[in-house]
Design a protein around this ligand. Structure first.
Ligand code: MCN
Ligand code: CUM
Length: 795
């Protein structure tokens, strides 16, 4: 007799199953792009521009060609003969693969060398002589739109200034009316500085074109291999079925590995020209100065307030610095990503957002780094504005939020900018957080401390964020609709292989997807192998970013499992010799309703699918599901930090951090907690120490880990995690995304805490990172401190 399975024991939903991928990672057995060595493989290195804006007068490659072991030297001029000097970006712009006319940012790709080993290639790059004629440099949006500003994109026919777009959303008239009725208006100006995902593994690719089969195989650090395959097919004129993109193990992505970079394109062309595999591995500085920047957005925000604390309306204007090419990977419709998800957790009658995007002489970027398309900026701006408004009204931070929250019985709720949120318990999350931090006690302690000259502060950040694009009606990238997929093949002996269109970079999909199958089919999670990242062997999907894997691919995993179960039910009826209607399901087992002791396990059904199927049934137990979600998922988070600021030095220490996350049903609580802790650490890093900016000449300050700091265990504060569960009403297992919540909501908690400590000094804002000298300047000079470039440098 078979028995229903204990879900936690078999590693199903809610089991804190150890991550199966860690078996190989902690043994040093991960297989990353750079671990792959192909016969006859050559190595590519890139020569980058030292200047931020300059005309290229000449490039002399003769000395490089003369170095023994050099196989190919590519310049923009040579790329142009193949129509590949420029490539399309994921935001309908163009980006130089190798510069032809001008260089437009420091670190831009100017030439590349392919050689027998990477050292020869590097030496040969240094032997290339480039003559530049320097041009005036633009490093911020104000300079970009100033009278007489040099035109950065003179390569584009209809581009007469440095503006990329003007975009707006919301109801201007209604918002104007709300402001006219307001008792007071609270204003704030902020800059969310550039930051960088800086995964441990940089970007890289190995292109392997085989002339005999006409097949192009590319091993690539990509979070979205299927999108890359389609893009390569469209640009290269190679047929799509002859392109195979393989993303092996990734040493973190964090958004850095979504876009298409020139290095990938050059390695592909080099392999086609040389008919040899060509490997390109970016170095750390190359990674930091040229790929995958995030943020760099300015905000002018206004809240229309009633004296009782009700927010009547919100106005936001953002200026986004996109660098020299508009290369954001984001849904086509939304020029400033999902910035308009701001204020979604608050019940605000009217809102209007305008956005302008500009070119500057900086590396392209914007949307990357745990952001779900600019949601990171949206929530930072939101929560800084909310704190400033509460202070302006003289109201308690927590009470002001509570008064404006969307209530539990108000769902579905239309947000001020038009999204539809469907579930949440915002007040409860806040209560859990306040209770955990001991809010009232801390406020008393703070007042006491103040009398003795100590500056304590508490910062709250509450937000709901949209994770998991699509639906496909509204979300597409370059016309590719956003949905995802899963394919499940159950073998004869009841073991299975699951493949999805997503691509894990460290999030643990190999562990958690198997748990969804275990939940749906009652097979032990350890019997399910999960594979992702090889476009030849996985169903089409849009990849992993915007925390879309659980909301979309994860849903597809549940749906394909249900298809398998439906077929297994027919087989069970056949085995039990009853009609299908008489069959009941419990975890891992079908049984006869009228005699529950007579049943068959899912494994027995699997065996029968290959050995004893009913007459007329197609053999095998295999299926695929494509999933187009009806809506985004809307997790909620409440992060609270307490700090102490040293008034003598401006140094601030984190005392405690409390996090309350509601990501719906948790597949693997341990993995979720890992996501939250990692995200909070990134939030703390951005708030406190990460500094990547530019001087007036466009030199990137922060191009190495001496200047751009990653927090170690030593600096990282401890976190106290709490959970609230509001299942997602439309997701098959009730899950919402979690991968970015803490990075998105975290920064405002830290900054708000420091600003709270400075309350009463008249300082409204210090831009991130809150370096001690900035805090000190604000404290002593009693003015706001901006972190916008250009920074002063010593020379
Ligand atoms: N999960 C869960 N229960 C939920 C939600 C999620 O158990 N209710 C699990 C999932 O099964 C998955 C993990 O948590 O194993 C993250 O799931 P999800 O929120 O769906 O996010 P994605 O898998 O789509 O990951 C993307 C997200 C993004 S966009 C960035 S950026 C980021 C992040 O994940 N990059 C990361 N977290 C990262 N973590 C690591 N280690 N490395 C990165 O590069
Ligand atoms: Cu925008 S970083 Mo994640 O979405 O890959």
């Amino acid at each position: 007799m078979t028995q229903a399975k204990d879900e936690i024991k078999i590693g199903g939903l809610g089991a804190s199953r150890k991550r199966v991928e860690d078996n190989r990672f902690i043994r040093g057995k991960g297989r990353y792009v750079d671990d792959i060595v192909l016969p006859g493989m050559l190595h590519m290195e890139i020569l980058r521009s030292p200047l931020a804006h300059a005309r290229i007068v000449s490039i002399d490659t003769s000395k490089a060609w003369a170095i023994p072991g050099v196989r190919l030297v590519l310049t923009g001029e040579m790329m142009a003969t193949r129509n590949l000097a420029w490539m399309p970006t994921l935001s309908y712009d163009t980006q130089a693969v190798l510069a032809t006319d001008k260089v437009r940012f420091q670190g831009q790709e100017v030439a590349c060398v392919v050689a027998d080993d990477p050292y020869i290639a590097k030496d040969a790059c240094e032997a290339i002589v480039v003559e530049y004629e320097a041009l005036p440099v633009i490093v911020n949006p104000t300079q970009a739109v100033a009278q007489g500003a040099p035109l950065i994109r003179d390569d584009k026919d209809n581009q007469h200034d440095n503006v990329i777009y003007n975009w707006e959303v919301g109801d201007k008239e209604a918002t104007d009316r709300a402001f006219a009725q307001a008792d007071r208006v609270s204003k704030l100006e902020l800059h969310y500085p550039r930051s960088h995902p800086s995964p441990i593994e940089c970007c890289g690719s190995i292109a392997d074109f085989d002339r005999s089969t006409s097949k192009l195989t590319v091993y690539m650090t990509s979070q979205a291999p299927h999108v890359i395959r389609a893009a390569v097919a469209l640009v290269s004129e190679l047929p799509e079925h002859m392109i195979r993109i393989i993303s092996p193990d990734l040493g973190g992505g964090f958004g850095n590995k979504v876009p298409i970079y020139p290095g990938y394109v050059m390695s592909i062309l080099a392999s086609i020209l040389l008919e040899r595999p060509v490997k390109w591995i970016e170095d750390k500085t190359g990674n930091l100065i040229s790929t995958g920047f995030a943020r760099d957005v300015y905000l002018k925000g206004e809240l229309a307030l009633r004296n009782d604390g009700k927010i009547l309306g919100v106005r936001m204007h953002t200026d986004a610095d996109h660098g020299a090419f508009f290369s954001d990977a984001q849904p086509s419709k939304f020029k400033i990503g999902l910035m308009h998800s701001a204020f979604s957790c608050y019940d605000i009658p009217a809102a209007h957002l305008t956005a302008q995007g500009v070119y500057t002489n900086k590396a392209p970027g914007g949307v990357a780094y745990r952001c779900s398309f600019r949601v990171t900026e949206a929530m930072y701006f939101q929560e800084r504005m909310v704190q400033a408004a509460a202070d302006d009204l003289g109201m308690d931070q927590a009470e002001f939020r509570r008064r404006n929250f969307v209530r539990d019985d108000d769902f579905p709720h239309r947000t001020p900018f038009g999204f539809l949120t469907d579930s949440g318990q915002y007040g409860k999350c806040l209560d859990v957080g306040l209770e955990a931090i001991g809010y009232a006690d801390f406020l008393r302690e703070k007042e006491e401390a103040k009398k003795r000259g100590r500056l304590l502060g508490i910062g709250i950040s509450t937000m709901t964020e949209p994770l998991g694009a699509g639906n496909s009606r509204e979300y597409d990238i370059l016309g590719m609709k956003m949905f995802d997929s899963a394919q499940l093949r159950v073998h004869m002996t009841g073991k299975a292989i699951l493949r999805t269109g997503a691509k894990t970079q460290g999030q643990g999909h190999e562990t958690t997807w198997a748990q969804i199958v275990a939940h749906e089919l009652g097979m032990p999670a350890e019997d399910i192998l999960v594979e992702e990242g090889d476009t030849d062997n996985t169903p089409f999907g849009l990849g992993t970013y915007a925390s879309r894997s659980t909301p979309v691919a994860g849903a597809a995993v549940a749906m394909v499992s249900r298809k398998i179960r439906a077929k297994a039910r027919k087989i069970a009826a056949h085995l039990l010799e009853v009609s299908e209607e008489d069959i009941e399901w419990e975890l891992g087992r079908f049984y006869i309703r009228s005699s529950p002791e007579r049943g068959v396990s899912i494994q027995e059904c699997a065996m029968a699918a290959y050995s004893n199927m009913p007459d007329g049934m197609e053999p095998g137990l295999e299926n695929v599901a494509y999933y187009d979600p009806p809506n985004l998922t809307w997790p909620f988070a409440c992060y609270i930090a307490t700090v102490e600021v040293d008034p003598v030095t401006g140094v601030w220490d984190v005392l405690r951090v409390v996090a309350v996350d509601d990501c719906g049903v948790r597949i693997n609580p341990m993995v979720v907690e890992g996501q939250i802790m990692g995200g909070l650490t990134e939030a703390y890093a951005m708030a406190s120490m990460q500094f990547i900016t530019f001087d007036a000449q466009g030199n990137c300050v922060g191009s190495n880990y001496m200047d751009y700091l990653l927090p170690t265990a030593w600096e990282t504060p401890g976190y106290e995690l709490h959970e609230v569960v509001t299942p997602c009403p439309h997701h098959p297992i009730g899950a919402k995304g979690i991968g970015e919540c803490a990075t998105v909501g975290g920064p405002a908690a830290f900054v708000n805490a420091v600003m709270d400590a400075l309350k009463g000094t008249g300082v409204r804002n210090i831009d991130m990172p809150l370096l001690p000298d900035r805090v000190y300047e604000a404290l002593t000079k009693r003015h706001d401190v901006s972190g916008a470039p250009p920074v002063k440098t010593d020379d």
